[in-house]
Design a protein. Structure first.
Length: 398
């Protein structure tokens, strides 16, 4: 029973880390003087849009169409598709769209991180200010590049745009993904507090950052790995909420299963490899270390809810030492995700259907626990498996 209490206490301590980090962030924001960023006058930054693609003939046309529609000087941006070990019409579609396409055929060495490393070695990266990595199954909004440019000069920075969902109204699963909770609220707070935000789709990496630190990531969760590496090295990662990119969310449990397992396993690998270097880093302040560990250990709001429900039930049924305090602490860790969820729902243009979708939450939380448990068995072989995608009606019209 003592061991059970210690285990529940450890779980509660891990789950409360994001709350502690947010409180410290609020204190930092209130204590520091506001110094609005003033973009440097002159030409807009030169941006290279790099689109890694593996058999992406289905959604690549919409992605390239969104990039061509950018309200940004055409002479200050270039688009390059990396057709990585493709067996479909990906390269043909890219060339037909009038963009440069690099074809990589190395079946023995597959993977997005390796394809990006290979492409960066082929391209004149030094001629640009930043490299934006755009997944082939995503779409950027017309003001995306101009919004990134407001952070100029960007060569020494890493920028993270707002990740939205392109099929958010499809069903209950997609409606429960509230992008505003992170990208519209939590990450904005981190940026104002001077803390790094996690990287994901659409990241913009300054070319001086690439020159200094290179592209050395290798795991299937290259965004989390790069976040951990750059954080340990003291590189700043800012959220640019006005720069928006959208991706399809998995619309079925079957499609979501492989995706969630891959993400969880990959994130665990990154945590195991990079937690100690972050703790030991002379370049990261204590608040940044705490926040990075909180981000790398955070299970996500639905899994968080499921773990708390399961652990609190065990504590109340078995009555280990200090069970009442442990159950109360576990439940208290839900205040942060609940607050962000309510705030995101308040920003939702259609809150009623989104609220109705949450009736599915208890069953989904149980399913997420099962998916997380199964992820431990794939940590040593967290291979990439394609998530099922579909063309939306508006994409067919393009």
């Amino acid at each position: 029973m003592i061991a059970l209490s210690l285990g529940l206490g450890l779980l509660a301590a891990i789950l409360v880390l994001p709350t502690l980090s947010d409180l410290l962030s609020l204190i930092r924001v209130l204590a520091r003087r506001s110094t609005p960023h003033t973009p440097r006058a002159g030409a807009a930054p030169r941006i290279l849009f790099l689109v890694p693609a593996h058999d992406e003939e289905l959604l690549l046309p919409a992605c390239l169409q969104s990039l061509r529609r950018l309200r940004y000087p055409s002479e200050r941006r270039d688009i390059v598709v990396v057709a990585d070990n493709c067996r479909d019409r990906t390269a043909e579609i890219a060339c037909g769209a009038g963009v440069r396409c690099l074809e990589r055929n190395v079946p023995a060495d597959p993977g997005k991180p390796r394809a990006i490393a290979w492409a960066l070695a082929q391209l004149p990266v030094a001629e640009y200010d930043g490299v934006v990595i755009v997944d082939a199954d995503t779409e950027v909004e017309p003001g995306f590049a101009a919004s990134l440019a407001t952070a100029a000069p960007i060569a020494h920075k890493v920028l993270q745009p707002y990740n939205g969902v392109s099929n958010e109204t499809e069903n209950a699963l997609t409606r429960m993904v509230l992008s505003a909770a992170n990208h519209g609220l939590a990450y904005v707070l981190k940026t104002r507090a001077g803390l790094n935000v996690p990287l994901s789709v659409g990241m913009c990496i300054g070319t001086q950052v690439l020159t200094t630190h290179g592209w050395t990531v290798h795991t299937v969760c290259e965004d989390w790995e790069l976040y951990a590496l750059l954080t340990a090295r003291g590189v700043s990662i800012e959220e640019i909420p006005a720069a928006r990119i959208r991706a399809q969310e998995a619309a079925t449990l079957r499609a979501s299963s492989t995706q969630r397992r891959r993400w969880t396993a990959g994130k665990l690998v990154v945590l195991a490899e990079h937690a100690w270097p972050i703790v030991r880093s002379p370049h990261a302040a204590l608040a940044q270390k705490l926040d990075a560990l909180a981000e790398l250990t955070a299970p996500g709001p639905v899994l968080h809810l499921g773990l708390v429900g399961l652990a609190a039930t065990v504590a109340l049924l078995l009555h280990p030492p200090a069970f009442a305090w442990l159950a109360a602490l576990l439940l208290a860790t839900l205040v942060r995700p609940a607050t962000y969820t309510l705030a995101a729902l308040a920003r939702d243009p259609a809150p009623v259907p989104a609220i109705r979708a949450f009736a599915f939450l208890p069953l989904y939380a149980i399913w997420r626990i099962g998916a997380a448990v199964s992820a431990f068995g794939t940590m040593r072989n967290a291979t990439w498996i394609r998530t099922a995608r579909a063309i939306r009606p508006e994409q067919r019209e393009q």
